[in-house]
Design a protein around this ligand. Structure first.
Ligand code: DGY
Length: 385
């Protein structure tokens, strides 16, 4: 019997690999003497945990770089180099994420993706041939302007002065000078693993939809949207690239647009990239049971989150194998999840009623126990066949 275990991380408690290993422990307890084949293939969808999952799944390496946070303070941020040594993987939030600001300091008019550009420079120094950049969880709304400046580009106002950092300053942009952009950028492929498909501007754009979680009031969101519209117009004028309405351009405060405008980046679905780079499809061959999971499953899952991607791949390759999701919590819309994702059964893992901190600290034990129960059922059922 072959089990393929391909979960996302359980945010706040376990990495995807730790969650997968916990499931494997539970299964082994049941199939003690039969040594089933168990493949743990950690997954992610481009959001938080993507670097760790890809590094774990490929026996890669985590590296640290000194960069600047969204407000310009020096920090150490991590990125990964995959086992093939050809591919670097970055989460923009490692340098420019919401975790670096608080209620008092958050201000998307001022925060910058400069640190993400510095992380890209650190990845370029590793002599890789491609860079995967995960977008999402940002504290920024600068359209990737800071990233461009860190990479050697210049954003100039009417007087030829460099723009200061932050989304609000984009309103002053008069000219883009990409002549001194780091030349290594032309030699690498850049793939964007985006968490959303929103455009850069307009009612569904970066400022109105994601600005509020970064501290924007309605007035500030309006100001930032106008600044991004102006930025997109200058990008079109100087570089001939139309970014305003591209799907995903509004991800991570418009960093999607910046990457598409200033580099030859390709926009991809996060989970599809991760499935490809972790070799999940190969591992799924001959699988009898597929286990996946995440911290919370809900309606958003069907918009490309990890269990959805895993279930879709499994249904194509091994349609007879049940796909079972072990999750920390189930949100609304479970019927739709069953109908539209290909997941056959969902089990919550916390054992008994407990507080969130306890559920998080006991996650490993509880996930093993739930996997053990699933395995007991599978074993019994397989005896009937
Ligand atoms: O960072 C953000 O703005 C959101 O996660 C959407 O990408």
């Amino acid at each position: 019997m072959k089990f393929v275990i391909a979960p996302d991380s359980f945010k706040g408690s376990l990495t995807a690999k730790q969650a997968g290993d916990a499931m494997a422990i539970g299964i082994k307890r049941v199939f003690l003497n039969q040594t089933p084949e168990i493949k743990v293939v950690p997954q992610a969808d481009g959001g938080e945990g993507t670097v760790q999952s890809l590094v774990d799944a490929t026996n890669g390496q985590m590296l640290a770089a000194k960069v600047h946070d969204p407000l310009g303070h020096p920090i150490m941020a991590h990125f990964g180099v995959l086992g093939n040594r050809q591919t670097a993987v970055i989460e923009m939030s490692a340098a420019s994420g919401l975790q670096y600001v608080n209620y008092q300091t958050r201000d998307p008019r001022l925060t910058s993706t400069f640190g993400t550009g510095e992380l890209i420079l650190a990845a370029l120094k590793q002599d890789v041939k491609e860079i995967i950049i995960g977008l999402g969880g940002s504290a920024t709304n600068d359209g990737g302007a800071g990233m461009f400046q860190a990479l050697g580009g210049h954003l100039l106002d009417q007087r030829g002065q460099e723009l200061i950092h932050g989304g609000a300053a984009l309103k002053q942009l008069a000219r883009i000078d990409a002549s001194s952009l780091n030349s290594r950028l032309n030699q690498v492929k850049i793939k964007i693993a985006s968490d959303v498909t929103n455009p850069l501007v307009g009612p569904q754009g970066a400022s109105y939809i994601f600005g509020p979680q970064k501290g924007a009031t309605i007035e500030i969101a309006e100001q930032l949207d106008l600044a991004l519209k102006h930025y997109a117009a200058i990008i079109k004028q100087d570089l001939g690239v139309e970014v305003a309405n591209l799907p995903g351009a509004g991800a991570a405060g418009g960093l999607g647009a910046g990457l598409l405008a200033f580099t030859a980046a390709k926009m991809c679905h996060g989970i599809e990239l991760v499935i490809e780079y972790t070799g999940l499809k190969h591992q799924l061959q001959q699988a009898d049971v597929v286990l996946t999971g995440e911290g919370k499953i809900d309606l958003q899952t069907k918009f490309g989150k990890t269990p959805f991607g895993v279930a879709q791949a499994a249904k194509k390759l091994v349609p007879q194998a049940p796909v079972i999701a072990l999750v920390g919590n189930i949100g609304p819309g479970i019927e739709q999840i069953y109908q539209e994702t290909g997941i056959d059964a969902i089990f919550t893992t916390p054992v008994g009623a407990k507080s969130l901190p306890r559920a998080l600290s006991e996650a490993k034990h509880d996930i093993s126990l739930t996997a053990e129960n699933v395995a007991r059922l599978i074993k019994k059922m397989s005896n009937f066949r």
